[in-house]
Design a protein around this ligand. Sequence first.
Ligand code: SAH
Length: 253
Amino acid sequence: MKIEHVLILVAMELEAKPFVEHLNLEEIADFFPSHMPFVAFSGEHHATKVTVVTLGKDSVYGTGVDNVGTVTASMATELALAKYGGSVDLVLNAGTCGGFKRKGAEIADVFLTTGVANHDRRIPIPGFDAYGIGKLVTMDPTTMAEKLGYKTGICTSGNSLDKTDKDDEIMKNNDASFKDMEAAAVAWVASMNKVPYLGLKVVTDIVDGEFPTQDEFMANLGAAATSLQSALPKVLTYVCDESSNHDGAKSDL
Ligand code: SAH
């Protein structure tokens, strides 16, 4: 089936801005309920309809603070999918991440997700333990990654930018190549809606490296957003061209 409409969920304004400007996307007024902070932009890339959703700023903690994490990401994804009533063919979660050196990650690498898991949902009761980790295998991007020169791996999500020793243990068990704060939530909402999910994340910091995450993150955020701006159109073009070339492309790219 041809992919004609892609919903791109990007948590932070700074991450989304270069791409939104590059594609000349226009902000859609009144897209979300007025009490919600999320922001939507739409436009086209070649013949594909593109909607970008960012999580907006927090109304309590100041205009400089973006909403991030699983709660806001899942809510924005669901509201956007519901608003479009089934016309979205692919949910693409784009943004920044922390990469694991032990899995070959380097600053500014572009990763496509093969699957997602959680590392901050610890429920040590049989059955609930695996539910907490919540592994999801998402669409296989291996061929696309080889063609575009990107890396692939599992993204592990949690609601903290930093990590505890227990997080470390679980992230290792999750076989994660990179960590973020939204992917597992967005992928879950996509799966509930039976819409394929693809994650595209650029490495801003090395989790198992020598520098504090927050310092590395802030130093590399601008460069990562520029890298997203160039990677996103390439991935969109690939996904949309491939899906029009053969059946079944939506689950295997
Ligand atoms: N100090 C930053 C906070 C951003 S939160 C600021 O105010 O600008 C981090 C965001 O980047 C989240 O959306 C998350 O998905 C992503 N991210 C980047 N590196 C990460 C890491 N090492 N761990 C978790 N999330 C990370």
